[in-house]
Design a binder for this molecule. Structure first.
Ligand code: 9MJ
Length: 665
């Protein structure tokens, strides 16, 4: 079919516009249009291409959806071999690497934990993508790579080389990895052990339509063959050029001098590791000067001018001595493995979570098994997999209890939910303990001195059955407890008395409705009195911004239980109160502001800071853009700080933030 000129130019214009939006969205991290507008543009192009199939070009953004399946991967020979890196596993080895490089300029990069890929562009168009393979030849994953949104199908600008091979890492961001595994489990399909396996499994597979549904990403860190353009003589300048040509590069790299600078970089990245959106397994130091790189050359397949300084392993192997079931505040049963103590990333670990019933079954974890456990930062250590070859004879499959191990009530599992729950509610001592700890906590009723140990004793001795019993405690009852003097007991009674004057938001948060965190409690307090909240229908709740059907359902269900209504009434009768018009005096002084929080805060968590700013009407977003009005930079702020400086955005530190929040109290 002949394509009218007008249609042809309309399609070309759409392709260009969409590619530009892709660049700003994926590479610069500064979207120029809302997602909905982007979707409309893509739909418009797809409609045109459906009508006129000859309009489809290799670089059309519509081509990211995936090609027909392949029978097997073809081989691609790397004309310049893809190198591996030598590793340094400790400071000594890193220093040994650098001993001949006093005052040398290094470019330090993150070491992404994905799989290495070489992209080949000819006259600006992506013509092939290959895995590293053995370094000399790899698998042709072109159709799959084309589905990765951060990989440009066409280079930007005019001055790119006629041939450009870009080397980098394909990886899966951590957040998507967890979601993917949930989806896989729901479909009864393969669960990936870690984001690297998920990235490899998603890229090295024959159905590119499947790859298209996997949220993979890419960072460039080296070049192979380059023809037609003389490249700069410094590695960091080459990366800058790659970015100008539309290729994504990490913003967390740094130019530094000597090994001392490198080791500082190592330490600072190690601290931020958990906050990164993707997994890394170390950092890489590269001599920045290409002439010096050439002089240094290679030993076997690794360059002498670079080294990967690896982080300590986050996995270890140990044995399971026992499996316990813990009962949480909402009755959720969590299986926990009691371990032979083992050191993981510098900390001795004795317990690891087994998550839930399905996970246990899937992994077939048994008492006596030798297992791989993983500990990432502050996250609770988890059992990753069983080493079946080491399973002792006569182990038995673990039978998940049908009755709550604490109170004996039936265990119930709602269809579609992974979590099994004790149906005992406040009757269950385990749930009571957790509910009470939450009620007393600092951001809830803030009862000073009522810590976890005390709560356990109060419940174990039946001194507190219902929440209101807390406020009926006497000094005599308290002094009868272990390690409780008269003065401490009096202090606790005073703290209880003080906690009675609170805010509606705190109270709603404190009563522990499922899925109602601090921020939701705040929203609810701004729209309802407690009486109105107790009577609200699911629809009324959903009419409020940020309240979705699931939260609404939990709220309605909570207030359908007469025990909960009685408990609230008793608490009010005993004197818990809040300014009755607190929901009408809303301070929206920061309504025009868009904040970004970055780095580590010492006085509060980022979530707390976010909630407090939002309560004053401010918007708090994750990435710095022109719309950002203020960046709060905590300790060790990284690329967001640099970006904010570049854009001339107001930057404040934690002390400034606290003063700002105080000024509105
Ligand atoms: C990774 N995996 O992040 C290199 N790498 O450079 C970085 N790998 C590399 N650089 C030359 N950041 C060969 C391999």
């Amino acid at each position: 079919m002949k394509i009218p000129k007008k249609i042809e130019s309309q399609a070309a214009k759409l392709r260009h516009t969409i590619n530009e939006h892709n660049y700003y969205y994926y590479v610069v991290d500064d979207p120029r249009v809302p997602d909905s507008e982007y979707d409309l543009l893509l739909r418009e192009l797809q409609d045109l291409e459906a009508k006129y199939p000859d309009l489809v070009t290799a670089d059309s953004p519509s081509q990211r959806v995936g090609a027909p399946p392949l029978d097997a991967f073809a081989k691609i020979v790397h004309s310049v071999p893809m190198l591996s890196l030598n590793n340094a596993f400790n400071y000594q080895e890193a220093e040994d690497f650098a001993k001949d490089f006093a005052n040398t300029e290094f470019f330090a990069e993150l070491k992404f934990d994905g799989l290495a890929v070489s992209l080949r562009y000819e006259d600006g168009l992506l013509v092939s993508a290959a895995t590293r393979g053995d370094g000399y030849s790899g698998e042709d994953v072109t159709a799959n790579a084309k589905t990765i949104k951060t990989i440009p199908l066409k280079l930007r600008g005019e001055n790119y080389p006629s041939v450009l091979e870009v080397r980098g890492e394909v990886f899966m961001p951590k957040a998507y990895f967890n979601k993917l595994n949930q989806k896989q489990a729901a479909k009864g399909e393969k669960i990936f052990a870690n984001p690297r396996n998920a990235a490899a499994g998603s890229l090295r597979q024959l159905k590119s339509r499947v790859t298209a549904q996997r949220p993979l990403s890419f960072f460039s860190y080296a070049v192979g063959v380059v023809e037609g353009v003389e490249l700069p003589q410094r590695h960091n300048d080459i990366l800058k050029l790659l970015q100008q040509w539309g290729l994504p590069i990490s913003q967390d790299s740094q130019l530094l001098t000597g090994i001392a600078g490198c080791l500082k970089y190592y330490e600072s990245v190690l601290k931020q590791r958990q906050d990164l959106a993707f997994d890394i397994d170390g950092v890489v130091y590269k001599v920045n000067d290409l002439a010096l790189q050439k002089e240094l050359g290679y030993v076997s397949r690794a360059p002498r001018w670079a080294i990967a300084h690896k982080f300590p392993a986050q996995e270890a192997i140990t044995q399971i001595n026992d499996i316990d079931i813990q009962v949480g505040r909402t009755g959720a049963l969590t299986p926990v493995a009691r371990l032979n103590p083992v050191e993981v990333a510098g900390v001795t670990v004795t317990n690891a979570t087994l998550h839930n019933q399905d996970e246990m079954k899937r992994k077939d974890v048994r008492i006596g098994d030798t297992v791989v456990i993983s500990r990432a930062g502050d996250v609770i250590p988890a059992v990753m997999r069983v080493i079946l070859e080491k399973r002792p004879k006569k182990t038995q499959e673990f039978i998940f209890p049908k009755q709550c191990p604490v109170c004996g009530s039936d265990v119930i599992r709602v269809a579609g939910e992974a979590v099994a729950r004790c149906s005992g509610g406040f009757f269950c001592a385990a749930q009571r303990k957790q509910a009470l700890k939450h009620f007393a906590s600092r951001r809830a009723m803030d009862i000073d001195g009522l810590g976890d140990k005390l709560v356990e004793q109060l419940i174990d001795r039946d001194l507190v059955i219902k929440l209101v019993d807390l406020y009926r405690l006497t000094v005599e009852q308290l002094t009868s407890l272990e390690r409780m003097g008269k003065k401490s007991a009096q202090n606790i009674i005073a703290a209880l008395e003080k906690s009675k004057s609170t805010t509606l938001a705190r109270f709603i948060y404190a009563i522990g409705i499922r899925e109602v965190g601090e921020s939701t409690a705040n929203t609810l307090a701004q729209h309802f009195t407690i009486e109105a909240l107790m009577a609200a229908t699911k629809q009324e709740l959903q009419n409020i911004p940020d309240i979705g059907p699931i939260v609404a359902q939990h709220i309605v269900k909570f207030f359908q239980q007469s025990d909960n209504i009685n408990s609230i009434e008793e608490l009010q009768t005993i004197g818990i109160n809040w300014p009755k018009n607190s929901n009408t005096i809303i301070n929206k002084s920061l309504a025009e502001e868009v904040f970004v929080l970055t780095g580590t805060l010492s006085q509060m968590t980022r979530t707390e800071a976010k909630t407090q700013l939002e309560n004053l009407g401010a918007k708090v977003t994750n990435s710095v853009s022109k719309k950002t009005t203020c960046l709060v930079a905590g300790e060790k702020a990284g690329s967001k700080l640099t970006k904010a400086q570049t854009l001339g955005i107001k930057i404040i530190n934690e002390a400034d933030l606290i003063n700002l929040l105080k000024s509105y109290e």
